[in-house]
Design a protein around this ligand. Structure first.
Ligand code: EPU
Length: 405
């Protein structure tokens, strides 16, 4: 049995939302991971008091912000930090925030965020990698996203909360984290309707008030544990996982002879027979999540047959495949498709985490590989997986973390 922690992508979005709220917000189930710590550091630079309480809850007291300039070096470390731009504009009427960083999985521009904020009435200016903006007060607008971007949907939802009038975001992202962010903001007094559909309506309010809120479990962490069980022929129960959030991944696992059954507060994963081959195409939610194609590819390296993974969300999210190849995987990438011929065995090798989910792929593969796998670049895993080593150990995996001196 393994328990899944709170969602990284939900936590960092809700934390940005909390910055909009004067007063003390209390968030439960926020994971202790690097991206959360980086965002807390950014908040402290803005004058916000934030800390984990002894009971594990995260407190954010954004009663008073002292500056509208986010520390550029910290913002560049992660993607979700860019959401503070909309918040600072909403609270100060001006802001200065650098282009964000995050995993190296493609170009990752911020043009949808910028265009949407401008449609809400703000003037933005990019110079030396830093966006500077001004707005008297955001005003409601009809925004049509070119692609259902999770980040842009979250950013614009947050920015529109205190706008004058009504904002509609069309072609919005529909991930569980979007619904949860709307639930959080509504608990703070916002008026958001339609989150989880392609059209979200935000009726602006004058002010938000603090609340206490619990972040949803991490569906990507749950999926990673499910794949770890599948590749090793295990039989595990994943507690605190919401099956509905994991549906696209679990459906594909069933295609591969992995049995998934509901149990109280989660689901049980068990392999029945040989790993079947399958084809995957990543899509915005509720399609197959781009964040899961990497650990799923690890499973398919040992499948009985040929599988194809087509990545449609990011242009270069296959760097991890060279690491799997070091372990004996037969995997070739052509353009946006990886073709995987299942092999009988993987063998342990020195490999690197190329990015967060690429790290999950080599961990999953390493669990099934014969002999020892040595994984470097753990700083990527630390951005998103809380306590992955003890959790895998508790499932019976032979895995240790060696401190680097
Ligand atoms: N895009 C643009 N312009 C924009 C925004 C996005 O062209 O202004 C493109 C991106 O380049 C990408 C696509 O739209 O090709 C989708 O990007 P999206 O905005 O949905 O991604 P994100 O919000 O930057 C979040 C997660 C990612 C996850 C994606 C897709 C966070 C902090 N990050 O990123 O998570 O892959 O949604 O679901 O929420 C991860 O957890 O490993 C991770 C990278």
């Amino acid at each position: 049995m393994v328990e899944v922690g709170g969602s990284k992508n939900d936590s960092v979005a809700i934390m940005a939302g909390a910055l909009l709220v004067p007063g003390k917000t209390v968030l439960h189930n926020v994971p202790h991971i690097r991206d959360v710590f980086t965002l807390m550091e950014i908040f402290r630079h803005l004058g916000v008091k934030t800390d984990f309480r002894p009971d594990g809850a995260l407190e954010i007291d954004a009663t008073r912000l002292t500056t509208s300039e986010a520390p550029h070096d910290l913002v560049r470390k992660m993607r979700a930090s860019f959401n503070v731009l909309g918040v600072l504009l909403s609270r100060f009427g001006h802001a200065s925030v650098a282009m964000p960083g995050g995993c190296d999985i493609g170009a990752r521009p911020v043009n949808f965020h910028v265009k949407g904020l401008e449609q809400l009435g703000c003037r933005l200016h990019l110079e030396h990698g830093i966006y500077t903006g001004e707005v008297r007060r955001f005003r409601g607008a009809n925004i049509v996203l070119e692609f259902p971007s999770a980040g842009a949907t979250q950013h614009l939802m947050i920015a529109a909360c205190r706008a004058s009038g009504k904002t509609i975001i069309e072609n919005a992202a529909a991930e569980p984290e979007i619904i949860d962010l709307a639930d959080f903001l509504n608990a703070c007094g916002a008026h958001i309707y339609g989150a989880g559909t392609a059209s979200i309506c935000i009726e602006g309010v004058e002010e938000l008030h603090p609340t206490e809120f619990t972040v949803i479990p991490d569906r990507l962490q749950a999926g990673t544990f499910a794949l770890a069980a599948a590749i090793t022929g295990g039989d595990i129960t994943i507690r605190n996982a919401v099956q509905d959030h994991c549906r696209p991944v679990l459906a594909k696992m069933r295609d591969c002879n992995i049995e998934v059954t509901s149990v109280e507060e989660g689901y049980r994963v068990r392999r029945v027979g040989k790993i079947g081959a399958t084809d995957i195409k990543t899509m915005p939610h509720p399609g197959f999540p781009t964040d899961m194609q990497q650990p799923f590819a690890a499973l398919l390296t040992l499948a009985d047959g040929v599988s194809m993974i087509t990545e449609t969300v990011y242009e270069s999210r296959f760097r991890y495949t060279t690491e799997l190849a070091r372990m004996g995987a037969d995997i070739r990438v052509e353009d946006r498709t990886a073709v995987i011929h299942g092999v009988d065995r993987l063998t342990g090798a020195p490999v690197t985490c190329t990015d967060l989910r690429g790290g999950a792929a080599v961990v999953v593969a390493g669990l099934a590989a014969e002999g020892q796998t040595e994984i470097s670049g753990l700083e990527h895993l630390d951005r998103g997986y809380e306590g992955i080593v003890p959790k895998l150990q508790s499932l019976g995996a032979n895995v240790t973390r060696t401190p680097i001196h």
